[in-house]
Design a protein. Structure first.
Length: 329
């Protein structure tokens, strides 16, 4: 237990230090900055979930509001899970831990527990405010809210399993190809762009939504797993509760198996020896271009800071050329 606590503490320190890579900021300042950022994101997600649920409840779509909050919580948890998995795939911390006299089970549990708790937090800040609105302003009850609290601890198993699967795929690509790093960066960038486009505008989408409860039900049934979880929360259907347990506990078990098998303790040395074997000469110009290309695509934050503005300017220019200036004015 003490080893597990030390590993969790190390995970937290690694997260704080990732915000302070150059080491110029004191640790306590970086930790406070991370806490402020976390509180801001929690408040933002909670507000978006509550505002969206309020709009849908006013339209008589209380069950659809629960469905949207569940779906969005899994999308946000998947976003953080993918970023965390790609970060783990790029680092050699796990390999160094496996070289120490630390039980492998403790390493597996600490990694999974850290990711699981983050996913639980994402689920809680999206689901609980939404179900609270449904209970206060819709046909919900205290039993519905209690069921939503239970679901908060089950739903993260699905995005956790998917993110670990993606992380394993990226680790495999890094071993067999030269483009694993690029794949990780592109994937993180794509997930972040989807989040930036969908999440902030969710309440606006809900305002423009014009469907009946029957149409909303038919749309929910098109995604059976999400519909089962929604029914388990909203109506407490026993069969849907059992199906929810099934579709969440199985991915959790698979996540443990995938993560445990992915820790073999030899990747760090094998990767270095592979790099030594594949070393070859190249022209200075090609070497410089290749180095700058890899450096540019090695950081999602750097791409966001330099590329996103250019993309928006190109998109605005194309829009003006097609639609013309009077469209904006």
């Amino acid at each position: 237990m003490r080893t597990l606590f030390i590993l969790l503490r190390t995970e937290f320190l690694s997260l704080v230090n990732s915000m302070n890579r150059k080491g110029k900021t004191p640790f306590i300042v970086a930790a406070i900055g991370l806490a402020i950022l976390g509180l801001f994101m929690i408040a933002m997600f909670g507000f978006i979930g509550a505002a969206t649920a309020d709009v849908l409840v006013k339209k008589g779509l209380s069950e659809f509001a629960v469905f949207v909050s569940l779906s969005l919580s899994m999308i946000i948890a998947l976003m953080f899970g993918v970023m965390n998995s790609t970060r783990d795939a790029r680092s050699s911390d796990t390999d160094m831990l496996l070289s120490m006299p630390i039980p492998k089970s403790s390493i597996v549990v600490s990694k999974l527990l850290g990711m699981y708790l983050l996913d639980v937090l994402c689920a809680a800040v999206m689901i609980l405010p939404s179900t609270a609105i449904v209970c206060l302003r819709g046909p919900g009850s205290s039993a519905l809210f209690l069921r939503s609290v239970l679901i908060v601890f089950l739903v993260p198993a699905i995005p956790l399993f998917i993110s670990l699967l993606i992380g394993s795929l990226i680790s495999f690509l890094r071993k067999v190809t030269k483009f694993g790093q690029l794949a990780a960066t592109v994937l993180s960038f794509a997930v972040l762009m989807v989040y930036m486009i969908v999440v902030p505008n969710l309440s606006d989408y809900a305002e423009k939504l014009d469907i009946t409860p029957a149409e909303a039900l038919s749309k929910m049934k098109k995604i059976p797993p999400f519909y089962w979880i929604t029914e388990a929360v909203f109506s407490g259907d026993v069969l849907c509760l059992l199906l929810t347990l099934l579709i969440t506990l199985i991915p959790m078990t698979l996540a443990v198996i995938i993560h445990a098998r992915g820790l073999n303790g030899v990747d760090f040395h094998a990767d270095n020896s592979k790099k030594a074997r594949t070393y070859k000469l190249a022209s200075p110009r090609k070497a410089v271009i290749s180095m700058e290309f890899r450096r540019y695509f090695s950081s999602t934050n750097y791409i966001m800071n330099t590329l996103i503005g250019s993309l928006f300017m190109v998109a605005a220019t194309v829009f003006l050329l097609i639609k013309g200036m009077p469209t904006i004015t």
